[in-house]
Design a protein around this ligand. Sequence first.
Ligand SMILES: *Cc1c(COP(=O)(O)O)cnc(C)c1O
Length: 235
Amino acid sequence: MSLEEKVAQVKANIAAAAREVGRDPSEITLVAATKVQTSDTIRQAIAAGITVCGENRVQEMTAHLDDNAYAGAALHFIGHLQTNKVRQVVGRVDLIESVGSEHLLDAIEAQAAKLDLVQDILLEVNIGGEASKSGIAPEELLSLAQKAVSCPHVHLRGLMAIPPVAEGPQGNRPFFARMHQLFVDIRQKMADNEVNIDCLSMGMSGDYQDAVREGATLVRVGTALFGPRPPMQHT
Ligand SMILES: *Cc1c(COP(=O)(O)O)cnc(C)c1O
């Protein structure tokens, strides 16, 4: 299947899952997870109908930005962000999806203030409670969200999660349901702050349809669009 066909197929699957639960497919945006892809492949994906690219490595992203590879699409940062790399990301991406600590939030606020801009962010929740994963515990979410909305150079747009590796089909549905509950809850609690919490980012190649059924507004898909990646290299 060509990349164009795969983009069309994933979009059709998203739309079908949305309709199953009575959602409007236009509420959901497909984010192409473009790690390890070349600038040319990224351009092809955008030509094939991808409107948002998600990057999780600062160095790759910087190289693609220098190539102008994302022209015509929005750009999200979806990976683990070290505070010493915040300067390379703030103001260069439309949304930082993976803000999982107060320390990182402070660093983003400081850099955005320096650049005199407002950076859109999501808070990453460690919904599986895994020691190996970044993200904040659900119990800490409200206080970090309150802090985020008090930061003048940060605009809190919602939540993101990477659940544990699924145990069989539908294995992650309970995590997605729990995330949706947190999303609804935080949206309600933040309603007085004139912030528009409208993004819930969850679901990857193996489970994006379930994520859509449980209320995702952003799904981050790599393998189902681009094929398998070489084994993960730690940077
Ligand atoms: C790579 C990546 C994805 C996409 O994973 P696939 O299983 O290839 O679809 C989604 N989210 C994040 C944060 C990623 O790093």
